[in-house]
Design a protein around this ligand. Sequence first.
Ligand SMILES: Cc1ncc(COP(=O)(O)O)c(C=O)c1O
Length: 383
Amino acid sequence: MRIYLDNAATTPLREEVIEVMYQCLKEKFGNPSSIHAEGRKARAAIEEARKTVAHLLGASTGEIFFTSGGTESSNMAIKGAVRDLGVRRIISSPTEHHCVLHPLEVVRKQGVQIEQVHLDRRGRINYDHLEQLLQQSNGAKTMVSLMHANNEIGTVHDMERISALCQTYGAIYHSDTVQTIGHRTINVSKTKIHFLSGGAHKFHGPKGCGFIYINNEVQLKPFMDGGGQERNMRGGTENVYGIVGMAKALELACENMDSYRSYIEDLRSYFMHQLQERFEDIQFNGDYDGDYLHTILSVSFPPSPRSELLLLQLDIAGISASGGSACSSGAETGSHVLNAIQAGPERKTIRFSFSHFNTKAEVDYALEKLAGLVQAKKEPANV
Ligand SMILES: Cc1ncc(COP(=O)(O)O)c(C=O)c1O
């Protein structure tokens, strides 16, 4: 028996998605740039998918560009904004995904000033500090790049509040929404944003396929030079079946968003309470009972020789989750997210992440296995 509790890393493909991708592989093999019937069929499938993705985000079709995933989209937004929009200063945070942090390092070397907004111990933004940083731009064109939900601890940043601040101070706003697309409502016609990054494999779509939303008000030059695909933004023959699969996956995720959310919410909350009830000294990372992403629960176990190999032992017991720890010695770097929120370096952190495919029986099984691996709560002494 295998229990998959690592849905923030990637999600299994849905049957309906496999079916449309299979049909597409078989029937829409033409090159979308060819003018004959096969080519036109493939082109039509891409444009239909674009319409679907745009509609579900409140965007216009001209604002959606297909990419290879969240990493490419965030690279495009950050490097493109510096190259083409005159951005000279970027406000971000130390808990961003590496697909943002590493491009920031690249543009820093090109002379762009990088500022880090203060976070608290739950990974929440200090919005007053964000405003101060925006006020201090001294005329330098500024971009804010702040993720919607953190992939390790699930803390959600308030997009509307960030958007309002960016509008007040005339800043460009990019958000890495890879963990929230398809799980939380995002409507760019209501919340003003310039760039959004999305990746299909976090909402039961295929890997190697994603998109970037680029607000019509901003224009980037080509990111990949070549055949002029994606309206000249990204040369190269399109990943037709990936794009079709992604659109189907997003459609299903959005259609069922509320019911999946409440179902997953219940599972997560059950797991959380059972952990607290059964085991000694359990802590949770992030804004776990505030504004959190319902798919993620970051659990911190007390230090013990038994918890050292917890992730491996869980895997042997049939449970897939993710590890991560704060830096506990000068030699290892640990998780940059847990380090940034100063999570206890001596504790063992496991990220459990859920999807609507998980069941209560699976959660019970995981709890049962954990009982053999971590310290149970001591029974109160009989009096
Ligand atoms: C928050 C976040 N951003 C970006 C990515 C990278 O996305 P992709 O795998 O589609 O490149 C991930 C995936 O782990 C993520 O969790």
